[in-house]
Design a protein around this ligand. Structure first.
Ligand code: PGA
Length: 251
């Protein structure tokens, strides 16, 4: 049995005072949900705040990006070891906003994945198609290519220490969610692609769905066989919504 996982992706939102209320609300709300796992991925400057608020609780924390380099003259970049210094468990890699807005290629995502694993972080590796790709029927090819950036280099064993998030780009921040059946189909495709290499890794692999998950659709999404939880953007900034989604995962 795979444990469900719900991860909040705060993106570039937050201020110290608002974060405090959000972290306290989430902590209080999910304290008794012992059958699933939870985390929030916060902007870099707030990692220390997340660490001091969440240490010892059932909510882990992480970052939304990292440098593929260990250290050096890379102005503005943040090294994997720095994330470890702040107790991060997770790091999001290959989010469509990094791929689209910051031109991160599959090669960069692969290098960051490698750097994260080497540092002892758990990558949350994001894949997903755009609307035009879905409409032209190439969803599986796109997802396969993104996934293969990791599988071809590190094999299925590389994914044994990672989490995959399927996030259709057209569903992110748009209020349009993939139907449970649409999401399930891609999740099953991902699991099968890994199973072709290693069925044990595939069975244990946690595959999150992301893209406009809300309290109103979380239960039916999480009920699907290959959906093991969610990567939550907008709704992770609202205590009641995030807690309700966490509750749906605990069922
Ligand atoms: P959303 O974002 O829940 O606001 O659609 C999800 C994500 O980008 O991870």
């Amino acid at each position: 049995m795979r444990r469900r996982l719900v991860v909040g992706n705060w993106k570039m939102y937050g201020r110290l005072d608002r974060n405090k209320a959000l972290l306290e609300g989430v902590l209080a709300g999910v304290r008794d949900f012992t059958s699933a796992d939870y985390a929030v991925c916060v902007p870099y400057p707030y990692l220390a705040q997340a660490q001091s608020a969440l240490q010892g609780s059932n909510v882990a924390w992480g970052a939304q990006n990292l440098s593929q380099y260990e250290e050096g003259a890379f102005t503005g970049a943040v090294a994997p070891g720095m994330l470890m210094d702040f107790g991060c468990r997770y790091v999001i890699i290959g989010h469509s906003e990094r791929r689209g807005l910051f031109h991160e290629s599959n090669e960069i995502a692969q290098a960051k994945f490698d750097a994260a694993i080497k540092a002892g972080l758990t990558p949350i590796f994001c894949v997903g198609e755009t609307l035009s790709e879905r409409e032209s029927g190439v969803t599986e090819q796109v997802v396969a290519t993104q996934l293969d950036a990791v599988l071809n280099v590190f094999g299925a064993k590389g994914l044994a220490k990672a989490i995959v998030a399927y996030e259709p780009v057209w569903a992110i921040g748009t209020g349009k969610t993939a139907s449970p059946e649409q999401a399930q189909a891609v999740h099953a495709f991902i699991r099968q692609r890994v199973a072709d290499l290693d069925s044990h890794v595939a069975q244990a692999l946690c595959i999150l769905y992301g893209g406009s998950v809300k309290p109103g659709n979380a239960v039916e999404l999480f009920a699907m066989q290959d959906i093991d939880g969610g990567l939550i953007g907008g709704a992770s900034l609202v205590v009641d919504d995030f807690v309700a989604i966490c509750r749906a995962a605990a069922k």
